[in-house]
Design a protein around this ligand. Sequence first.
Ligand SMILES: NC(=O)c1ccc[n+]([C@@H]2O[C@H](COP(=O)([O-])OP(=O)(O)OC[C@H]3O[C@@H](n4cnc5c(N)ncnc54)[C@H](OP(=O)(O)O)[C@@H]3O)[C@@H](O)[C@H]2O)c1
Length: 266
Amino acid sequence: MIPAIGMGTYRLKGQEVIDAVTSALKLGYRHIDTAQVYGNEAEVGQAIKQSGVPREEIFLTTKVWTDRFKHDDLLKSLEESLGKLGTDYVDLALIHWPSPNDEVDMAEYIGALNEAREKGLTKNIGVSNFTNVQLDRALALPGGDNIITNQVEVHPFLANRKVVDHCESKGIKVTGYMPLAVGKVMEDETLKAIAEEYDVTPAQIALAWVYSRNVVVIPSSTKPDHQKANLEAIKLSLSADAMMRIDGLDRGERIANPDFAPQWDE
Ligand SMILES: NC(=O)c1ccc[n+]([C@@H]2O[C@H](COP(=O)([O-])OP(=O)(O)OC[C@H]3O[C@@H](n4cnc5c(N)ncnc54)[C@H](OP(=O)(O)O)[C@@H]3O)[C@@H](O)[C@H]2O)c1
């Protein structure tokens, strides 16, 4: 249901994000990942509109920031996002991070998110940066059974096995963010060696590895040739030996780890 590869837009602003989304859509991406807090929803919306690609062909995700989790505020936040994106609905609305220290009760914001789905503001709902315990709590809440994904950090240096296995056992799709470890994969000797064997780049090997683990990938790139290479990467079939060598790179290296992060499943 969630397209296997999407275009991430974190850090991209102004004309840069317009150009990146325009080129991604031209190359065939049909899944765009943004968030209220990225401050680029208006530009993402503008690029989608200008692309001429019918809205219904695009899977568009946005996220609600933690300061908008009270019931009415969450609904208002999503309405504001839709206004900026220039659309009547998103395909997926995510809780960006669990409420720090449970400041807002999970039942309130999961309930409000589900209400947004019932009102048609979003077709699907999900969470991001949830631990296994938090995901189980969310799934058990009224409306929680509509959650389709947990978006978490996944790349060769952070395999996030406990979360990936747990989600799989619950029938929840994992969306893997920062699949290129924000470019770090390009410097790794093992990935470089495997890339040479397959005559591709380390970035492509990293994406193929994440994708082979049944995880949706949302790499971000400002460069059309990188975007194209990333699209092609998920067609690569890695040998069991290559998969094992990449599995061995896991060192629990977390890039997105703000002070309000939950107690991670290590
Ligand atoms: N839910 C959350 O809390 C959360 C947190 C972080 C990120 N995200 C989402 O996940 C997306 C991806 O994460 P990210 O953007 O931080 O990091 P990323 O996708 O791991 O890495 C992006 C970096 O990799 C480079 N790159 C992309 N393709 C490449 C290629 N084929 N060869 C070489 N370099 C390449 C890009 O540079 P160029 O522009 O030069 O190609 C950019 O510097 C975000 O954009 C966002 O949508 C979600």
